[in-house]
Structures are given as structure tokens and as C-alpha cells.
Design a protein. Structure first.
Length: 230
């Protein structure tokens, strides 16, 4: 399961209702939510990855881990060479709620302040995880000199039911403000050029991309994908 920006693996005894945590890591596994497979030996397997970690098949048992297969290659090393840093910024919403996200910075000779692309996850009850570059288009953006922000505003998974209920009956309300405040923080820190900010994504992220540009003049481009709109 997701706990904030961490991925936590465990098992539940359905008889005793006891929950045992087996592993907590900053890495992710699985496209949408963490995925793993338990083996008869008591081990469990995952496909571990991160923004600076190409996918690798791993086996875990107790405190022991073993790499079965790494998918690193010359192309993944080139991708790594394009990425300067992967950060996990946090900021406070208007009501004081703490919001988290991922930020990826380019390395290819560009200097701050950078142009920014905001990528809003679908759902809205989903969350960005620490995924490796080549399964998302953000690697293309970063290689072209863009910084990319992946916000997890209220309504995102991994923060409990109260956090999720923040979008109930108010999709596009407080959650869009959470995103705007995150952008403002990056501008004030000198990382982002306020005159070169774009927004995109698909599904609920596409709907947000269409909606958020009606609430502010701060975006110079928006690319809604598979959006629900009138």
C-alpha cells in the first residue's frame, strides 16, 4: 500500500486481524498501486523502481534481499544522464494541510529558473509514485530542459480516508488550489520561471488541466488528454 510517498508491503492474518509490515521503501512497484507476489517459501517478489532506479526484479525475505534481474541498459544510463535531481517537495495548502509531490529537474545544461510542466494524476483517488523514467513521458520533457512537478493534492491515495474525502463533492475545488500553491512555492524558490508554466495529463488529470486554466492566468499552455468536459 501507499503511505505518503512511501511504499509499504505487509501481510494480514485474517483470523487474528494482525497486520505485519514486511518492507517500507521509497521505491515503487506496479503501474497504479504497489504490486507484489508471495512465494511458498515465505519470500515475496516485486518489480522495484524509482525515478533514478531502472526496474529490477527483487526477492525479499526478512531483512534479506536479492536482485534476480535488472532491466538497466545503455538507454537507461542515458536517461539518468538527463536528470539532475528527483526531489520530494512539500507545501501547505490554504487551510494548512500538508501537500506532497515529486519534482524532477533537468541536467542538460539548462539553468534555473526552468520552464515547468505540471502533470496531474488521474483518479482523483490515485497518487504519483516514484516511477522509473521510461514508462512516463516526463523523461522526454526533462531531456528537453523542463522541470516536471507531480503533485499529490488532497484526494490522492496514501494519506488516509479523510485526505481522500477532501475532493468529495468538490473535485476541482480545493485540490486545484493545492496545486497552484505548490507552483507558487517553486517560483518563489527560484526553481521555476513563472512565465513558462504548462499543465497536462489524462483522465481526471486531463479534466483538471482543462479546469485549472479557467481559475488563473498563470499557465501559458495546457494539454488535456482524455478529459471529461462540456
Amino acid at each position: 500500500m501507499l503511505v505518503g510517498l512511501q511504499t509499504v508491503y505487509g501481510q494480514i492474518n485474517i483470523v487474528t486481524q494482525v497486520i505485519e509490515e514486511l518492507l517500507s521503501t521509497e521505491f515503487s512497484s506496479g503501474k497504479w498501486y504497489p504490486q507484489n507476489a508471495f512465494l511458498r517459501s515465505g519470500e515475496f517478489a516485486i518489480n522495484r523502481e524509482g525515478r533514478d532506479q531502472p526496474q529490477e526484479g527483487m526477492i525479499f525475505q526478512d531483512e534479506h534481499e536479492e536482485t534476480l534481474l535488472s532491466l538497466a541498459h545503455d538507454g537507461s544510463e542515458w536517461l539518468r544522464s538527463q536528470i539532475d535531481a528527483c526531489k520530494t517537495p512539500s507545501w501547505h495548502a490554504e487551510d494548512g494541510l500538508e501537500i506532497h509531490g515529486f519534482l524532477t529537474l533537468p541536467r542538460n545544461g539548462s539553468s534555473a529558473p526552468h520552464p515547468l510542466i505540471v502533470d496531474v494524476h488521474g483518479g482523483p483517488v490515485r497518487a504519483w509514485q516514484d516511477h522509473w523514467a521510461d514508462i512516463e513521458i516526463w523523461a522526454f520533457y526533462v531531456s528537453r530542459g523542463y522541470t516536471v512537478l507531480f503533485p499529490n493534492p488532497r484526494g490522492s491515495a496514501g494519506r488516509g480516508q479523510d485526505f481522500i474525502r477532501g475532493v468529495y463533492g468538490d473535485m476541482g475545488g480545493a485540490d486545484h488550489k493545492d496545486i497552484l500553491i505548490g507552483i507558487d512555492q517553486l517560483v518563489k524558490s527560484g526553481i521555476v520561471d513563472s512565465t513558462r508554466v504548462g499543465v497536462t495529463s489524462r483522465s481526471y488529470g486531463g479534466t483538471m488541466s482543462a479546469w485549472i486554466i479557467t481559475q488563473t492566468d498563470g499557465f501559458v499552455a495546457a494539454v488535456p488528454i482524455a478529459a471529461a468536459c462540456d
